[in-house]
Design a protein around this ligand. Structure first.
Ligand SMILES: *Cc1c(COP(=O)(O)O)cnc(C)c1O
Length: 355
């Protein structure tokens, strides 16, 4: 199905100036994609000027949180082109998240057309310094206006875009969260839904007062093994081997996570995916057998962890960033930005639109 291009789109793009200081996810591209689901069918997708949504105050999303999203990037490659990183994985994950919240999955072809069209019309807005990108945010919301607790009968799917700087979190100080949980057993921890983030904010607010940056969430069933951060997956290098928690049902399966696992193996690292009891991890940091730890996700790719704090003790990692984190970050970015051969077939070129 072809996408309707609103005649105002060209003028919106021509009149737009990319701000000098980009930040991450704060400058919004002047256009967006929309498709509507009603009576069991998806409408034709439309590319329209960026504007506030008009939504009924009784819309289910506002009360019962029928909302899921994705985060992905369009990169400027060394050759000057534009490319997306594994967009079909985002399509697949968004379908999974939608089903978990009883929402109709956005068909893969509609999802891919949407992100490709936005990236293609925004080609001139994709910044070109290494680490910069056009961050794409697809999201799906339930819009039926009625306060009964049931799945919405109508939905809207949008893609907005943000020309963004490299996401520099610097090295992070984590706090082991032993009270709250971001996800429940059998809950929505493995789906990319806004509610998981809302559940994480209080913990992060509390630890910021103590001088930490992010919560390290434990598995909600054993309250002992490491799950992940609020929006990034967790890795540690223990005696030279790369460890990450096996998926438990409460961990969001990051596309960066499994891309790094594949990449690390191809670079000759030993990779282990199994449960990481937090007390063992902390003693391995104290003894020096755990030499580095880092978090990964689309925004920052890899963020080194300098400290993990717990109750009275604060465990310092020897190196942040360490050599493994640096090697993996560079290898992944080299593929994404077209400096290295795309030997896994991860990148999809996008032709800039003419308008
Ligand atoms: C999005 C997200 C990640 C990282 O996923 P990527 O696909 O690598 O960006 C990790 N954890 C949570 C909770 C997330 O929402």
């Amino acid at each position: 199905m072809s996408i309707y291009i609103d005649p105002e789109v060209a003028a919106s793009l021509r009149g737009y100036e990319v701000p000098e200081r980009l930040g991450f996810g704060t400058a919004m591209a002047p256009i967006m994609f929309r498709a509507v689901y009603q009576d069991g069918c998806w409408s034709q997708g439309e590319l329209i000027p960026y504007a506030p949504l008009s939504i009924d105050p009784a819309a289910k999303v506002l009360h019962y949180a029928q909302s899921c999203f994705e985060g992905m990037k369009a990169y400027r490659t060394q050759a000057g082109g534009i490319a997306l990183f594994r967009p079909e994985k985002n399509a697949e994950r968004m379908a999974f998240s939608a089903k978990r919240l009883c929402m109709p999955p956005v068909p893969e072809s509609l999802f891919l057309d949407a992100v490709r069209t936005v990236a293609s019309y925004c080609a001139n807005l994709v910044p070109g310094n290494s680490g910069e990108s056009l961050y794409l945010r697809p999201f799906l919301i339930g819009t039926q206006a009625d306060l009964t607790v049931s799945a919405s009968s109508s939905y809207e799917f949008y893609v907005i875009a943000s020309p963004s700087e490299a996401y520099h979190s610097g090295s992070m100080r984590l706090w082991v969260e032993r009270e709250d949980a971001r996800a429940a057993v059998g809950g929505t921890g493995d789906a990319k839904v806004g509610g998981n983030y809302a559940a994480s904010l209080l913990s992060v607010g509390r630890l910021k007062e103590r001088g930490y940056d992010q919560s390290l969430w434990l598995n909600p069933s054993d309250r002992n093994s490491v799950d992940e951060l609020s929006g990034m997956n967790f890795f540690a290098v223990i005696e030279g081997t790369l460890h990450t928690p096996a998926l438990t049902g409460s961990i969001l399966e990051g596309i960066t996570r499994y891309s790094l696992l594949e990449l690390a193996e191809s670079l000759g690292y030993q990779v282990v995916e199994e449960s990481i009891p937090v007390d063992r991890l902390l003693s391995q940091i104290a003894s020096g057998s755990c030499t580095e730890a880092f978090a990964c996700g689309t925004a920052a790719i890899i963020s080194p962890i300098s400290v993990i704090g717990d109750a009275e003790h604060c465990y310092e990692l020897q190196q942040a960033p360490g050599p493994v984190a640096e090697a993996l970050r560079q290898a992944l970015l080299d593929i994404q930005e077209g400096r290295a051969e795309d030997r896994f077939g991860w990148m999809q070129a996008v032709e800039p639109a003419s308008f």
